[in-house]
Design a protein around this ligand. Structure first.
Ligand code: NAG
Ligand code: NAG
Ligand code: NAG
Length: 361
């Protein structure tokens, strides 16, 4: 009896499922990081999110904008690494070792290493705040957190801080990239020296979404386009993402630190904009994020950084309904009910098709 039903099941499986399995093997599978923002009142619980990412997607790393203990607990044992963020306002209190030690004891040690904490992002886009106190305490806080981690033997947790591309005074063409005057030697050389010493990455948030003009939309979206020529290098750039990263690379090289790793801490494109907003559509969000994932997973790097890989975190995991503007609310790859807004190739399609095709025919 048991054997018979197993056979029946197998026959049922064969007839109802072989098509979806064959079709799914043709789908390329990519890995990617995502920013898990939570400015919303309708999101699934952290435990549901952790289970969903682990079982249904190829997302293998997340970044959060705080140290939410529920999220840190939920990702324990998932193999998905977590980057946490120090609140901007907390930076001054972490610039001395006792403050940094207390912060690590409260926010990292209870969770790590059951939850793999990959990076501590010390604030977000601190240079863009123009707040002199925060800027002055940024590197001291990074150093104190590093010391506090070392004295707790949490050496695998790395310390960094994400920057907007506003740190560059010139970014076009890429060969002219340079840090803002005054910040280059005083701020960025010491930060990059810290990264070199501690083998941690320089984090940037490149957003072609904020940089395109009507005539460069296809270039920003990784669509076929006429390219943008850089007379300084003779390179014909075919996408704005590469151009933005190479501008950062050139700025780093000018101060002598081109070998420090780069991490793309945020990038993305909204799928819905304000009425009449140029360049924003579901199709464009799919083009940007889908092609971005293929590009960074290809490992081919950029024209000035051939074959270098950039750990990349898409903004964002979810549409967040409490954000201020329509486009800001629509950066998500997923809706709060865990259905994709569009499919960028990170679903484990076999399991998904199996469930769709076999359990709910
Ligand atoms: C860190 O590791 C060293 C050497 O294994 C050990 O002596 C020390 O007690 C450890 N410290 C902590 C805080 O676990
Ligand atoms: C740059 O590449 C594009 C696309 O391959 C091509 O159409 C264009 O002519 C090239 N421009 C230059 C200056 O080489
Ligand atoms: C990049 O990788 C390709 C293919 O493996 C190789 O031919 C090329 O020499 C590499 N370039 C650099 C600069 O390492």
């Amino acid at each position: 009896m048991a054997v018979l039903s197993a056979t029946k099941l197998l026959i049922f499986f064969f007839f109802s499922c072989h098509l979806s399995i064959f079709s799914s093997t043709a789908t390329a599978v990519y890995t990617i990081g995502v920013n898990y923002g939570t400015i919303a009142d309708n999101l699934p619980t952290p435990a549901q999110v952790a289970n969903f990412l682990k079982t249904k997607t190829n997302i293998d790393r997340i970044k959060i904008f705080d140290t939410n203990p529920d999220i840190l607990k939920a990702f324990a044992g998932t193999g998905i690494s977590v980057t946490v963020t120090v609140g901007n306002g907390d930076i001054p209190s972490l610039a001395k070792l006792p403050g940094a030690k207390a912060w690590i004891e409260k926010n990292i040690l209870p969770y790590h290493p059951k939850t793999i904490i990959r990076y501590i992002a010390v604030g977000n886009e601190i240079l863009a705040t123009s707040d002199k106190t925060l800027i002055a305490h940024l590197l001291p806080a990074m150093k104190a957190l590093r010391s506090a981690l070392d004295s707790a033997n949490a050496t695998s947790v790395k310390v960094s801080t994400p920057h907007s591309l506003g740190i560059l005074s010139t970014s076009e063409p890429p060969s002219a990239g340079k840090f803002r005057k005054g910040y280059d030697k005083l701020i960025f050389a010491p930060i990059l020296e810290f990264h070199k010493q501690t083998k941690s990455p320089f984090m940037v948030n490149p957003y072609p979404y904020f940089g395109f003009k009507p005539q460069t939309l296809d270039y920003a979206l990784f669509k076929p386009n006429g390219g943008v020529f850089d007379a300084g290098t003779g390179i014909n750039y075919t996408n704005m993402f590469d151009a933005q990263l190479d501008a950062v690379y050139t700025a780093m090289k000018r101060v002598g630190y081109e070998d420090v790793d780069l991490v793309v801490a945020e990038t993305g494109w909204p799928s819905v904009g304000d009425p009449g907003q140029p360049g924003v559509s579901l199709e464009n969000a799919l083009s940007y994020n889908g092609n971005l994932i293929k590009h960074v997973d290809s490992g081919k790097g950029t024209p000035l950084m051939p074959n270098r890989t950039f750990e990349t975190y898409i903004f964002a995991l979810f549409n967040e309904n409490l954000k201020e503007s329509v486009p800001e609310r629509n950066f998500g790859l997923f809706k709060p009910d865990l259905n994709p807004v569009y499919d960028v190739g990170i679903l484990r399609s076999e399991q998904v098709n199996f469930l769709d095709g076999c359990v709910n025919p």
